[in-house]
Ligand binder design. Structure first.
Ligand code: AMP
Length: 126
């Protein structure tokens, strides 16, 4: 089974410059930008520039260079936003995938949430 990537998803459009974003960090393989509907004072999305649907897709098929760049960029965003340890008060890193993960945008992204206490990790399902 292979992963099906929809290049009309909203983050693909952001990467092509078709819709605007508020960039926090851009590197060779990664873009970080502010979530349009922030759920915490710090809410940044970090995406690889490559066409990956989900974290498992990326972890399986991305090059070492992409994985290193993406991972380092996540750390750098935490530092830029002042939520890193030990200088900040911490953060929550979330990556939703597929139907059970309740993923809205089918391009890999992690949410970096912080600058407030984030509460319990997972709510009970309805
Ligand atoms: P997920 O449910 O994990 O797929 O999260 C998708 C996230 O993308 C949500 O938190 C949305 O608020 C966010 N989002 C949707 N459209 C945009 C956009 N144009 N710019 C920034 N964030 C967006």
């Amino acid at each position: 089974m292979s992963y099906a990537y929809d290049d009309q998803n909203i983050f693909a459009k952001i990467l092509r410059g078709e819709i605007p974003n508020t960039t926090v960090l851009e590197t060779q393989h990664t873009l970080a930008f502010r979530d349009l509907y922030p759920q915490a004072p710090t809410h940044v999305l970090v995406i690889p520039k490559g066409a990956y649907v989900s974290y498992d897709h990326f972890a399986s098929e991305a090059s070492d260079a992409e994985i290193i760049d993406y991972t380092r960029a996540i750390g750098e965003v935490c530092r830029l936003e002042g939520v890193d340890l030990p200088s900040g008060d911490g953060f929550r890193l979330i990556s939703n995938a597929g139907a059970h993960g309740v993923q809205e945008v089918p391009h890999l992204h992690v949410h970096i949430l912080g600058s407030r206490h984030m509460g319990r990790m997972v709510a009970k399902a309805d």
